[in-house]
Write a protein that binds this ligand. Structure first.
Ligand SMILES: Cc1cc2nc3c(=O)[nH]c(=O)nc-3n(C[C@H](O)[C@H](O)[C@H](O)COP(=O)(O)OP(=O)(O)OC[C@H]3O[C@@H](n4cnc5c(N)ncnc54)[C@H](O)[C@@H]3O)c2cc1C
Length: 413
């Protein structure tokens, strides 16, 4: 069948973000007619705003353990069938300059647009129809109910949209998560999943800054803008990265990473000096016969603002830190070690979907084939990318999931 403005396509992909664009280009390479339908005014908006405008597009060290999912095995197959090196091949093919920033994180040298342009070129060259400003009003299976035996060329789905009716043999849901609604995020993917009988795991804003209230909030506000390297822990997970004090609480990579593991009421444990042992430091200063105040000695290892405004918060602590190491009692030493290495706090909440990078939770992977990404009980309906209950760490892992799931689904639609 031919494809007019509306009409029939072998595959219609709802959502032209990272996963949708990858899936579209790869599906069209297999000779299928493909249309992307997106309600936004342009596709790939999150790619453009990602990584501070430089898109942290993948990571050298991608492992299934970098992902959260109610089924920890679900992501293994796709991550091994389309790896970070496969995506790098695309990056090289399009001559995109890039660099490793830290911890294997790969960023564009110039701008995130380089990645979007590469994907759009791939779509264009393989004949994908990209349609923006297209709202999906209704998706339905064409009777008789879709059966896996029907061949390409036979419509199994009908889509009513603001641009008219489309029909497709396969439909791929690539609508992403709920974060940053102003960038076009909607819950359509979850609604479609529910409509076809799939279940959804609870959806929570993640990779997101923490908020505090009361005295702790005031203390964070005093230090707003200050960043220091910490180890932060929640439940059994820990990260050693930068922590940023903000006017609302705590942010920076350390806070965002641990937010993936945090549930309301959970305690955060923070080690403000992870690479040193303050007890050994006190011993060393004593050995060197250093008569400076402990406060001054600490300022050699921690930012001065942090020592003065955070550690010297209580007058008892300030009195203590004005002493020399020779005057500290054993219990004062323990108190100091606790304040520096074993600080605990309970966030009031997070900044929510307004600033979150991702949504934790989503379409339950129990209902999806990890090989094909097709809904197990609904032939021809596929789910890829962030709409699924698969959430990566900060550092290029979420895009790698989008590329990998998009690529794998494309082999089967
Ligand atoms: C500020 C920010 C920075 C980030 N930086 C990074 C980073 O550097 N590295 C990294 O790995 N990850 C990063 N992420 C996460 C990453 O952007 C996402 O995980 C990834 O884009 C998910 O891909 P996706 O294709 O599933 O969804 P998306 O890229 O979100 O695409 C979804 C598409 O669906 C469309 N859509 C939604 N609802 C509808 C509807 N009702 N009808 C039609 N179309 C619809 C949207 O317009 C959009 O085009 C960042 C996220 C944010 C918010």
């Amino acid at each position: 069948m031919t494809s007019s403005q509306t009409g029939y396509f072998d595959c219609i992909i709802i959502g032209g973000g990272a996963a949708g664009l990858m899936c579209a280009a790869q599906t069209a390479l297999r000779g299928k007619s493909v249309a992307i339908l997106d309600h936004a005014n342009k596709v790939g908006k999150k790619i453009l705003m990602s990584g501070g405008g430089r898109c942290n597009f993948t990571n050298y060290y991608v492992e299934p353990s970098n992902y959260l999912c109610s089924n920890p095995h679900f992501c293994k197959s796709a991550l091994s069938r389309y790896t970070q090196y496969d995506f790098l091949e695309l990056v090289h093919k399009h001559n995109i300059p890039y660099h490793e920033k830290t911890l294997g994180q790969l960023f564009c040298d110039n701008k995130a647009k380089d990645i979007l342009n590469a994907l759009l070129t791939e779509c264009d060259e393989s004949g994908v129809r990209v349609t923006t400003h297209c709202s999906i009003n209704h998706l339905e299976a064409i009777e008789p109910a879709p059966s896996s035996s029907s061949s390409n060329g036979q419509p199994r789905y009908r889509l009513q949209t603001s641009l008219g009716e489309f029909q497709a043999h396969s439909v791929v849901i690539a609508t992403g998560g709920l974060s940053i609604p102003t960038m076009g995020a909607t819950g359509l993917g979850y609604d479609i999943a529910k409509q076809f009988g799939l279940s959804i795991t609870p959806k929570v804003a993640s990779l997101v800054p923490f908020t505090f209230k009361g005295t702790l909030l005031e203390r964070c506000q005093q230090l707003a803008g200050l960043s220091l390297n910490v180890t932060i822990q929640c439940r059994d997970q820990a990260f050693t990265e930068g922590l940023l004090f903000t006017h609302k609480g705590l942010s920076g990579p350390a806070a965002l990473q641990i937010s993936n593991y945090w549930h309301p009421e959970d305690v955060l444990k923070i080690n403000f000096l992870p690479l040193e042992d303050i007890s050994l430091g006190l011993e060393k200063w004593r050995h060197q016969n250093d008569k400076s105040s402990v406060k001054n000695l600490l300022c050699q290892h921690l930012p001065k603002r942090f020592v003065i405004e955070w550690l010297c918060q209580h007058s008892a602590m300030e009195t203590m830190l004005n002493k020399t190491v020779f005057d500290l009692s054993n219990s004062e030493k323990q108190q100091l070690a606790k304040a520096i290495h074993h600080y605990t706090c309970t966030p009031n909440g997070t900044e929510g979907f307004k600033t979150a990078e991702v949504t934790r939770g989503g379409v339950n992977t129990d209902d999806i084939s990890s090989k094909t990404f097709e809904a197990k009980k609904v032939a021809g309906l596929f789910f890829i990318g962030e709409v699924l209950d698969v959430t990566g760490w900060l550092g290029g892992f979420n895009f790698q999931w989008a590329w990998a799931s998009g690529y794998c689904a494309a082999q089967y639609v």
